[in-house]
Design a protein around this ligand. Structure first.
Ligand SMILES: [Zn+2]
Length: 95
């Protein structure tokens, strides 16, 4: 749609596409330390594609960004760093 009429001059927008969603309906609780607040995700083998426009003064301005995740996405407890990927996947499939 809009991407085909992509005009780098008029549009200034950074777009990040993610092929996965974090839609939490239930809480994840780390079975090792009971942490339910802090988590982090490690994305392996991701490609970032950033489009730039060069300004007259030679500076580069990012106008669009795309992320393509090729590798596995791992989910860790932010407290004890246990791998909770299975826990999250199990919950996501429940629906
Ligand atoms: Zn933990």
């Amino acid at each position: 749609m809009e991407e085909k009429n992509f005009s780098p001059i008029r549009k200034h927008q950074i777009k990040i596409k993610k092929p996965f969603k974090l839609n939490y309906k239930e809480k994840i609780v780390c079975p090792y330390c009971n942490n339910s607040e802090e988590f982090y995700e490690v994305i392996e083998n991701a490609t970032f594609l950033i489009y730039y426009v060069q300004n007259p003064d030679g500076t580069l301005e990012p106008i669009e960004e795309e992320t393509e995740v090729l590798g596995p996405v791992k989910f860790f407890c932010g407290n004890c760093h246990a791998d909770l990927t299975m826990l999250r996947n199990k919950r996501n499939n429940k629906k």
